[in-house]
Design a binder for this molecule. Structure first.
Ligand SMILES: Nc1ncnc2c1ncn2[C@@H]1O[C@H](COP(=O)(O)OP(=O)(O)OP(=O)(O)O)[C@@H](O)[C@H]1O
Ligand SMILES: O=P(O)(O)OC[C@H]1O[C@](O)(CO)[C@@H](O)[C@@H]1O
Ligand SMILES: [Mg+2]
Length: 326
């Protein structure tokens, strides 16, 4: 295997708080170990358009506390084609990059996997997404901060929900995964979470209302994971208006507020540890793995496993919400 001298780093897919802490950790660990570092702008798009800049330790000063990503990010359709990836490979090698660290979600790591196998190129991935939908890691970079943002928003909505004695459906992100809804509901003391993972098994709305979810309360907060499977907050509110008109129902869609903000301590620590681990992985000769964390231990997960397996959700937590909201 050719010796690695220069490492390229990029962020891809939706931004996530903690990506900057990850960029900082990768850059500094690489430089500490004698590598050259190049920052690739706008994810895979920057490989295709050749927006690649040398990175020194100063390039990553004063960013650990910043949300977003200083490298910018993008969803790049051209990289989904063999022609786009060929151009990316040619630019990257012309720039002297001989290994890549990719920070992003399941899509970004799917791209990394294909790229690595097409060109026999060393890539290490880091799970950077608020969705927490990567298998093999207990959490992803950005998830904890997004959960905290959700919790703070729901705390505020609860004030008005209880004053007006209303039923609120609050829609949170997560793509096709219910982690943000489920744990956001526990953290904010919501009465229920409606998640895609069980949407085809039970009618969660009927079950909730049928169980008399309002025995002791005049207002309720239900967190809904965005997904066609749940119907989203708007779909559920429509159903309530038709099927249970006794409730005064309102909808809040939290939206992109969930992706912003200064990363929590937990995300900064996770990103810093994973960033260091990504360079250690390359030094150890690891290729085409995602850095994961399991029971506070850093682990290497082959891309194929991280992407292909659906990360299981802890269904017991639904019962926890039910018990704690009587
Ligand atoms: N099958 C694929 N082949 C090649 N590239 C891909 C593939 N899937 C995704 N990508 C690349 O990764 C980019 C990001 O993917 P995606 O939009 O799914 O976000 P993500 O990485 O899952 O992050 P998040 O879900 O947090 O937004 C895509 O725009 C594309 O450039
Ligand atoms: O910002 P965009 O491109 O609209 O993407 C929104 C999606 O990205 C995420 O925020 C991160 O994957 C999802 O939760 C959401 O569905
Ligand atoms: Mg994704």
């Amino acid at each position: 295997m050719a010796e690695i001298k220069c490492i390229g780093i990029l962020t891809s897919g939706g931004d996530a708080p903690g990506m900057n802490a990850a960029i900082r950790a990768v850059t500094r660990t690489a430089i500490y170990n004698g590598f050259e570092v190049k920052g690739i702008m706008r994810g895979y798009k920057g490989l295709i358009t050749n927006e690649i800049i040398p990175f020194k330790t100063q390039n990553v000063s004063n960013i650990i506390q910043q949300g977003g990503t200083i490298l910018k990010t993008a969803r790049c359709m051209e990289f989904m084609t063999p022609e786009g990836r060929k151009l990316a490979y040619e630019n990257m090698t012309a720039q002297g990059i001989d290994a890549l660290v990719v920070i992003g979600g399941d899509g970004s790591l799917s791209g990394a996997r294909i790229f690595a196998s097409e060109y026999n190129f060393p890539i290490v991935g880091m799970p950077g997404t608020i969705d927490n939908d990567l298998f093999g890691t207990d959490t992803t970079i950005g998830y904890d901060t997004a959960l905290n943002t959700i919790m703070e928003a729901v705390d505020k909505i609860r004030d008005t929900a209880s004053s007006h004695e209303r039923l609120f459906f609050i829609e949170v992100m997560g793509r096709e995964a219910g982690f943000l809804a489920l744990n956001g509901a526990i953290a904010s003391g919501a009465e229920a979470a409606i998640i895609p993972e069980i949407a085809t098994e039970v009618d969660q709305l009927s079950e909730l209302i049928g169980n008399g979810f309002r025995k002791s309360k005049n207002s309720s907060i239900v967190l809904v994971a965005e997904s066609e499977l749940t119907g989203g907050a708007t779909g559920l509110a429509e159903r309530v208006k038709n099927e249970f008109p006794q409730y005064d129902v309102r909808v809040t869609i939290l939206g992109h507020i969930q992706r912003g903000g200064s990363p929590s301590a937990s995300d900064r620590i996770l990103a810093s540890r994973m960033g260091e681990a990504s360079i250690n992985a390359l030094l150890e000769g690891q290729r085409n793995v995602m850095i994961g964390i399991q029971n506070d231990e850093l682990v290497y997960i082959p891309f194929s496993k991280a992407i292909k397996n659906q990360k299981p959700i802890n269904r017991d937590l639904l019962n926890t919400i039910k018990i704690l909201s009587i």
